[in-house]
Design a protein around this ligand. Structure first.
Ligand code: THU
Length: 131
């Protein structure tokens, strides 16, 4: 599997593109497909607030819209004003989007600027909803 450090680096680069003038909280994500391609995403906010899209969903929707449906891992980083000083754990809505396309062993890689943490999707969204 691609080195998680490379994926984290791509998430940090994506975070720089964050459009977040309302919260000033910048988030970046890098999603690795089983074919080896990386799709990045940032959070994109809106003056009307609720249309805001998280970095993770931006990455997923970019990938799925390009024909990808199989994924291995996602790296997520974020912080106020882009200062990464704690883990940025995916919100519940993004976890549900992950559950749509990923198996239980899909890896969610977090980085707080110093340490790396990796969780399975099963751990972050146990007993998830499906039809
Ligand atoms: N945000 C993400 O991009 N991903 C998450 O998992 C949590 C929250 C964004 C949404 C919003 O633009 C900002 O962080 C503050 O909530």
């Amino acid at each position: 599997m691609m080195n998680s450090k490379i994926l984290i680096t791509k998430a940090v680069e994506a975070m720089e593109k964050s459009y977040s003038p309302y919260s000033d909280f910048k988030v970046g994500a890098a999603l690795l497909s089983k074919s080896g391609k990386v799709y990045t995403g940032c959070n994109i906010e809106n003056a009307s607030y609720s249309p805001t899209c998280c970095a993770e969903r931006t990455a997923f929707f970019k990938a799925v819209s390009e024909g990808e449906k199989d994924f291995t891992a996602i790296a997520v980083v974020g912080g106020k004003n882009g200062e990464i000083s704690s883990m940025c754990s995916p919100c519940g809505v993004c976890r549900q989007v992950m559950a749509e396309f990923c198996q239980k062993d899909f890896m969610i890689i977090l980085w707080d600027g110093k340490l790396t943490k990796a969780h399975t999707l099963e751990k972050l969204l146990p007993e998830s909803f499906s039809l």
